[in-house]
Design a protein around this ligand. Structure first.
Ligand code: SAH
Length: 271
């Protein structure tokens, strides 16, 4: 969809881009193409898109042979438009929707979204820690800095809770970069699309997310000190030493796998 088509569609729908809903519509065929290429078509595939808007991606996604296609849209005007096109529309806030509820799940699902910037980091946290495996893969657009935080390596400024929980749950690859000119209206920031594949050897739970988050509360402190508040008699010194780590290690120095090993020891102790 080029900018002219987009403006025409918006006019037909009497809609103006809403900044409060992070509405930056895709007008780059190249980026759309790259996103579509990352969807691995399988017979039993279910597709789910967050925020179809006027359909830059949706118009293509509906043509992919799949067992079920649903969209989640918060904007009433767009939700009713897609309902009129006989799509299965979930009119909801994607951050509030019950991702972990059995009746909402269809396995296996590929999630696609040009995500509104303000919900992207919390959404990845939620999907990485919900403890259900129905979303097998996802292709998501982020503000570039958020994409960098997701794939960040230890001992960098960008490395934090988001990096650890996302990397422990998914195998993540960059799909394509998208500058401000790829959208209308143009955002102030650059964007990047990432592809996530469920890692069967990975891990994710709310308890793990909370654990990592407490460790990162004060990233400059020794990890042992940050975690003291949740100890319940657990011997951090012994655990870190057993893992071959210094007792003076800081949160930002632990690799995702080490975070998980420490968490397992802590849980195993009855916490
Ligand atoms: N996919 C379209 C639109 C992207 S703009 C395109 O690429 O052109 C972001 C879309 O997400 C808009 O349709 C907006 O209404 C919707 N949206 C914003 N916040 C949302 C939320 N919390 N839950 C679900 N949809 C949301």
């Amino acid at each position: 969809m080029n900018k002219e088509d987009l403006l025409k569609r918006l006019e037909e729908l009497k809609a103006l881009p809403k900044r409060s809903l992070g509405q930056n519509f895709l007008v780059s065929d190249h980026v759309v193409e790259k996103i579509l290429q990352s969807v691995k078509v399988k017979e039993d595939l279910n597709l789910l898109e967050i925020g179809p808007g006027v359909g830059a991606l949706t118009e293509h996604l509906v043509k992919i042979p799949c067992s079920n296609f649903r969209v989640i849209e918060l904007d009433e005007a767009f939700a009713s438009y897609w309902r009129g096109r006989e799509l299965e529309v979930i009119e909801a806030d994607a951050l509030q929707w019950g991702w972990g509820e059995a009746e909402n799940q269809k396995s296996p699902t590929h999630l696609v979204s040009n995500l509104p910037y303000q919900i992207s980091a919390p959404l990845v946290m939620e999907l990485s820690s919900m403890g259900a495996s129905w979303i097998q893969s996802m292709t998501l657009m982020f503000q570039k800095e958020v994409a960098e935080r997701i794939v960040a390596v230890p001992k960098t400024k960008a490395y934090g809770t988001l990096s650890v929980v996302a990397q422990m749950r998914w195998n993540i690859k960059k799909v394509v970069d998208a500058g401000p000119a790829c959208f209308h209206p143009r955002p102030k920031v650059s964007s990047r699309v990432l592809n996530f594949q469920w890692n069967p050897e990975g891990e994710g739970s709310l308890a793990f997310l909370k654990f990592v988050r407490s460790g990162f509360l004060n990233r400059r402190k020794f990890l042992m000190k940050s975690l003291k508040g949740i100890s319940g008699g657990f011997d951090w010194e012994k655990a870190l030493t057993e893992m071959g780590l210094s007792t003076q290690v800081r949160a930002e120095e632990l690799k995702p796998g080490e975070w998980f090993e420490l968490f397992r020891k802590f849980k195993g102790h009855g916490n």
